[in-house]
Design a protein around this ligand. Structure first.
Ligand SMILES: [Zn+2]
Length: 212
């Protein structure tokens, strides 16, 4: 059995719940990297739906800031921490990891995550360019299936075309004997305690940069 964790960035917004349903229909789970500024009365139930279905939420920053443009490490810590605090207050759910906006590996930003004691989710699969709405579902499916490997933490987005691409991705992963799990579960299955402040692209080999 191979294990893979896909983490979808930039929600909450539609079609987040549909993505949850598609992944759950295989009995699997995944993660969502949440932008604090996207949380409002309309989108809060989407987060609750994800949590209730066993998905993991992580902080993707309050404003999706370019970390290196923030004035200080304290400002970076706030950017990462505000959504954690809000989700804890509103849903009594603790986000214990982060994926930095723009997959930043800025050294001050990594220190900010370290001081908040947060492991940093990397981008073991990141070549789908699914943030770009002109990329069609078939291209997303092909890119993801071409770069999956056991232990990877993948970076995709909450987008309509990504949601459609799941129809191609999920059955093929099942055929290839993969199981999708949350980052938390992936670390547990592999017997790893993730260090804080270090980008992790693949739990079998962290520290290594993903291949293009
Ligand atoms: Zn993002």
């Amino acid at each position: 059995m191979n294990y893979l964790s896909l983490v979808f960035d930039d929600g909450p917004h539609n079609p987040m719940c549909e993505m949850v349903d598609k992944i759950r229909s295989f009995g699997w789970n995944a993660g969502f990297a949440v932008i604090g500024g996207n949380i409002n009365e309309e989108t809060l139930p989407m987060l609750k739906y994800a949590i209730d279905n066993g998905f993991q939420l992580v902080s993707h920053g309050q404003t999706h800031a370019h970390m290196e443009k923030l004035p200080s490490r304290e400002a970076m810590k706030e950017e990462i921490y505000i959504p954690i605090k809000n989700v804890k207050e509103k849903l009594n759910y603790e986000m214990t990891m982060t994926r930095l906006p723009f997959l930043s590996e800025n050294s001050e930003a990594l220190l900010a995550a370290k001081e908040l004691n947060l492991p940093v989710l990397g981008y073991g699969i990141h070549n789908a360019s699914d943030w770009d709405s002109s990329v069609v579902p078939e291209a997303i499916t092909e890119a993801v299936l071409g770069s999956v490997c056991d232990g990877a933490i993948g970076c995709l987005h909450v987008r309509g075309n990504t949601c459609k691409a799941l129809d191609g991705i999920l059955p093929e992963l099942k055929k290839r004997d993969y199981r999708l799990v949350t980052p938390e579960e992936l670390f547990k299955i592999k017997g790893i305690t993730p260090p804080a402040g270090v980008p992790i692209h693949n739990v079998n080999n962290f520290g290594a940069k993903p291949k293009d």
